[in-house]
Design a protein around this ligand. Sequence first.
Ligand code: BJ8
Length: 382
Amino acid sequence: MKIKKELPEVFESFVQQRKNSFLSVKALKEKGIPVVGTFCTYLPQEFILASGAASVGLCSTSDETVGDAEKILPRNLCPLIKSSYGFAITDKCPFFYFSDLIIGETTCDGKKKMYEYLGEFKEVHVMELPNSQSEDGLQLWINECKKFKEVLEKRFECEITDEKLIEATKIKNDERDALKALSYLMANEPAPMLGQDLFKVLYGSGFKFDKKAAIEEIKAITEKIKEEYANGKMIDKRPRILLTGCPIGGATEKVIRAIENNGGVVVAFENCTGMKTIDKNVELEGDIYENIAKRYLAIGCSCMSPNPNRFELLGRMIDEFKVDGVVDMTLQACHTYNVETYGIKRYVNEKKNLPYIAIETDYSQSDIGQLDLRMAAFVEML
Ligand code: BJ8
């Protein structure tokens, strides 16, 4: 596939695709394709793909419905949970509306309890994710994956054979490879593009339902950026930032803008919208259930205790992307990520000898001025 449009237009098309994606979901439903709503990177998407259903992420990223959620949920709760629940109860989220089945997972306490309430008006299945990556934890997660397969088979009257699961795994591996190759273009110095443009593709690609077409499109964008870079098209040299912490998107893109409007460039996203989701592939040789379970359980989210894999990925990315400083964004009342900032700070400062800053924010725009000031001072220091 050859991309004819100019790059800014290509990046923008991913934003538009995301905005219009409810039309794509509606079209899927009209064709009789079931839709499964999910909330977490730990969710093995391979099973959904193998069942013939489409999956859609339901984590909301705007504060539009936080007020509605706060009539029921405590104010002092993570905005991602309040916003997601708020969209669900007000019927303002077309993805939630069109979902035939919602899959939750036992990650953080707030989400777990929210799923109980969602189950009062929508069909919900919760996967029991262990909170450690031990051998026992793995056994539990393999069993949960097998149960998940049965739930999908029963709900959508289909059979998920090993062959179908392997086929779906190959597609997901290809998708991860394509997104990873695109992300690694930012290892070039100077960077070929702004982090906010890379982010548009990373985030927007999750809303493309024809996986094979999306993979081809991502590969074509990567080639186009490579070609233009070889011809000297790149951004000016700037301090290189790695963004880690809670998932980012929608309202919290204000953090990326605050960094880049103040002279930095986000060359790497370690969080769930970035490398956490695409870093590792599923082995195809051997027992496919065990392979899928192993790959997903190894994700380094702060809900794991201990959480060595976050440090391993972070350290590798700092080196490979030639990072000058680390910004750790946490959402208000996200206890696990907030507690982990101390360990991440120590690691970045002491093991990597780099500057580090933690930012706690929510989905409102009230702290934009303060974010600007703090990011300007941080970038200036680098
Ligand atoms: S794998 S980061 S998507 S759990 S909802 S933990 S922000 S208090 S989203 Fe997450 Fe899966 Fe981990 Fe990724 Fe904190 Fe809010 Fe909980 Fe959150």
